[in-house]
Design a protein around this ligand. Structure first.
Ligand SMILES: [Zn+2]
Length: 331
């Protein structure tokens, strides 16, 4: 069976304002197996969305904010405060533009609030996180919007050590504590082995699996993500409007149409594309259908339009699956 590498839970898929069906931007990223998770963007109300999922604030390792617009970060002060009230003491990493960090500190100072744990602000282009399941390298890539904005490229590397059990049995070593020791890298005395010692390196094989996803923020020029998407199995990107609607409203808001995002994903050869950050005008079934039809005309990979609470799994072969077993799903 191909191991799963990433699980994505969409917590908000509306642009600008929440609607009854969709909250503003937030996306939980888990490196699986494991409970720990990353949060990419944290629009207002994200902590309420979390209450309908199995994600726990104590397992939140880091928050990545794409840019300082409110629909991507106004949920942060309340969410971090709630984590503290739930007893969190472990430090939390915040990868965010400096204004978001300054605003967060000012909010706590002005509201006489203090967190019982440390928030470590990171303003760097690359950061490495070692979860229980994998090593994740998170890179920032600049995109084009009305304020400085980044996409995040997240590459997960899972290394599994497997014991050569048949060889051990054939050599006369039955399952037991010695197997565990060999698996964990220790050499084990064994009379019938050469020199009387079984070497862990000879008794194990190491398998390494990699997967890579790119999560865009707001962006009026998807082609800026060409380097970020090299070798990626999945792009999550905004498609705020159809091209007709974008031509109507003009480019002053600096967003992408479904056509722009889809044409880029096609040219970059990314095999899976999830569109999100939908304008309220496209959220009814006919609006979603229009976005889908436009994107499908320009992209031939696996195409999805995210709903709040959609949960996707990406495996090590780059196969993306929509998991319907989410405990609550937007109606
Ligand atoms: Zn936005």
């Amino acid at each position: 069976m191909t191991p799963s590498m990433f699980r994505l839970t969409f917590l908000g898929t509306s642009s600008g304002v929440p609607t009854r069906e969709r909250n503003v931007s937030a996306l939980a990223v888990q490196s699986v197996p494991g409970a720990e998770w990353l949060l990419v963007d944290c629009g207002e109300g994200t902590q309420h969305r979390l209450l309908h999922t199995r994600l726990a604030l104590r397992d939140l390792a880091a928050v990545c904010i794409t840019h300082a617009h409110g629909d991507h970060c106004y949920g942060l002060p309340g969410l971090l405060k709630s984590a503290g009230m739930a007893g969190r003491t472990a430090p939390l990493t915040l990868i965010a533009p400096l204004p978001v960090w300054q605003w967060l500190q000012a909010t706590y100072a002005l509201t006489a609030a203090a967190l019982p744990y440390e928030v470590r602000h990171v303003d760097a282009d690359a950061w490495v996180w070692r979860s229980a399941a994998a090593t994740l390298r998170i890179e920032r890539h600049a995109t084009l919007h009305r304020v400085p904005t980044h996409a995040f490229r997240i590459e997960a590397t899972q290394t599994q050590v497997r014991l050569k059990t048949e060889a051990l049995r054939a050599a006369g070593l039955p399952p037991g504590p010695a197997w565990r020791a060999l698996h964990d890298g220790q050499d084990v005395p064994f009379a019938s082995a050469p020199n009387g010692l079984l070497r862990s390196a000879d008794c194990t094989e190491t398998h390494t699996q990699r997967a890579c996803i790119v999560i865009g923020g707001d962006n009026a020029d998807p082609a800026l993500l060409r380097a970020a998407c090299a070798g990626a199995q999945l792009l999550v990107h905004e498609a705020t409007f159809t091209q007709t609607a974008l031509d109507e409203v003009g480019q002053q808001w600096m967003h992408s149409s479904a056509r722009m995002t889809a044409a880029f994903a096609e040219s970059a050869g990314v095999p899976n594309l999830i569109l999100t950050h939908l304008s309220a005008r496209h959220q009814q079934p006919e609006g979603v259908a229009a976005l889908r039809a436009e994107a499908a005309a320009h992209y031939h990979g696996a195409l999805w339009i995210a709903n709040d609470f959609d949960m996707f799994t990406l495996d090590a072969q780059g196969m993306l699956t929509l998991d319907f077993s989410s405990p609550a799903r937007g109606t």
